[in-house]
Design a protein around this ligand. Structure first.
Ligand SMILES: *Cc1c(COP(=O)(O)O)cnc(C)c1O
Length: 460
């Protein structure tokens, strides 16, 4: 399988190379040249999550990993998810299901991808003898998942930039308490979008990039998307696919999770609708309804992992909607630097055929946490509540709706307490989180300052 950049000017890579590289050298994102068709959906129901993962991921990895290597990585990764089904489905109402993606070590869906790619990185680096520096930007959950997954992994340093004061205390502690020397939490003065922009600066400095062996594990990394395709298959198969169509609603920020759903559909999974759910930072909802992709200022919300104005994976969806015309994407991304762009009529139509969207404000999010608790006893995190609120606007009789529950409520206790007056408990295996010492470095929102810090601190 060959991987090409959305901007058309970077080398064509195999899976392992695309995984180790992250962002393409031309600033674009890697995508497979063709999306493999999946056969055998009818055989998936009742298989273990690990077995489904192997079957879904295998076509993307090509020659990069042997069967034993890939199966071993999958088994080690998902053994750390504290539920035997890994991604269990629960029912909220007739026809409405919740896909619980929060049983991993950092209590958010990002563990599904990060645990797996840490295992794959370890195999690849051991083989090549290469040493790398992973730098990531996070609105909270990616960073904790990355630090947890890569702590103690050989030949890797991990630096995670998060917006100072804008992540929850649980998120922060998950990043600052792991004691392994190869993981480093950086608190940047600014918003998540600033962290993401600095990350792009680092990647676009080719000399620095080569000097430290820079690698990225943000949701721009194709290997993460691949891991997230799996749970669409397990959920749909257990609800009757391929004989039945299924709708999915996905609380969306950087468009990685829902884009994985669109790849599942392109592989042949009968997904009828993919519903994009946004909070008050609704650039995606506006873009999909009006065709105008214009950045505004981030309004901090109670669902901070979705507080995003530049949604990096949307570039992949645009690339597909523009029929793989890389020059058009390069031009749009240049216009974005100046504030935004207008999606062409044809591409907008294609996007609207594939995605519907909705937006939920703060009060309605809190109200939905209350409603679901009253109706079912289930306590949602605020991101999942945004998803459930939008899903309820799109449920149609006869088509099961699955809403992705992207984090555990205990990760966002302040919002949950505001909604229902109760602080959800951390699961027992994390009970000491508030007792451990924290380790963090403050840094200005400045690429040069961040580069020198990395050069000084890396252990490899
Ligand atoms: C990252 C995250 C999201 C958004 O996912 P994207 O792939 O960026 O769209 C939603 N909810 C939670 C809890 C997250 O951590």
């Amino acid at each position: 399988m060959r991987y090409v950049s959305t901007r058309g000017q970077a080398p064509v890579l195999n899976f392992e190379e695309a995984m180790l590289t992250g962002l393409a050298r031309d600033g674009g994102l890697y995508l497979p040249e063709t999306i493999p068709a999946f056969s055998g959906i009818e055989q998936l129901d009742g298989l273990s999550y690990e077995e489904v993962a192997y079957r879904v991921i295998r076509p993307f990895t090509g020659d990069s990993f042997s069967e034993d290597e890939l199966r071993g990585a999958i088994n080690r990764a998902y053994a750390r998810i504290a539920h035997v089904a890994r991604a269990p489905l629960t029912q909220l109402a007739p026809g409405h299901h919740l896909l619980e993606l929060f049983h991993g070590p950092t209590l958010a869906f990002k563990d599904f991808a990060m645990q797996l790619i840490a295992q794959l990185f370890e195999i690849a680096l051991k083989r090549s003898g290469q040493k790398i520096t992973i730098v990531g930007a996070t609105s909270g959950d990616t960073g904790s998942a990355a630090i947890e997954a890569f702590k103690g992994i050989d030949n890797v340093d991990v630096f995670i930039m998060y917006p100072h004061g804008r992540v929850s205390e649980v998120q922060r502690r998950q990043m600052t308490t792991p004691a392994a020397e190869n993981v480093h939490a950086l608190a940047v003065s600014g918003h998540f979008d600033d962290c993401q922009a600095r990350l792009k600066d680092l990647f676009n400095d080719h000399a620095f990039r080569d000097q430290v062996g820079l690698a990225g594990v943000n949701s721009i990394n194709w290997a993460r998307i691949v891991a997230q395709i799996v749970y669409y298959f397990t959920a749909a198969a257990s609800l009757g696919a391929p004989a039945r169509e299924i709708d999915f609603t996905v609380p969306t920020g950087n468009f990685g999770d829902i884009f994985a759903g669109s790849i599942a559909r392109a592989m042949g999974l009968p997904i009828r609708r993919l519903v994009v759910a946004t909070n008050q930072n609704d650039i995606l909802h506006r873009a999909l309804t009006t065709g105008e992709y214009r950045t505004g200022t981030v309004e901090p919300s109670i669902s901070p992992s979705m507080d995003i104005q530049v949604s990096s994976n949307f570039e992949r969806a645009l690339y597909l909607a523009y029929g793989g015309e890389a020059s058009a994407i390069s031009q749009l991304m240049d216009e974005l630097k100046a504030g935004g762009f207008t999606i062409s009529q044809g591409a907008l139509q294609t996007l609207q055929d594939q995605y519907v969207s909705g937006r939920v404000g703060e009060d309605d999010t809190l109200a939905m946490i209350r409603t679901v608790r009253d109706e079912t006893g289930e306590i949602l995190c605020p991101h999942s509540a945004v998803g459930v609120a939008v899903a309820r606007q799109h449920i149609e009789p006869g088509v099961p709706m699955v809403t992705l529950a992207t984090a555990h409520p205990a990760k966002f206790p302040d919002a949950v307490e505001r909604a229902i007056g109760v602080r959800p408990d951390l699961p027992p295996h994390m009970a000491d989180l508030f007792d451990l010492p924290e380790r963090v470095t403050r840094v200005e929102n400045d690429a040069e300052a961040i580069k020198s810090l990395i050069l000084e601190r890396r252990t490899q």
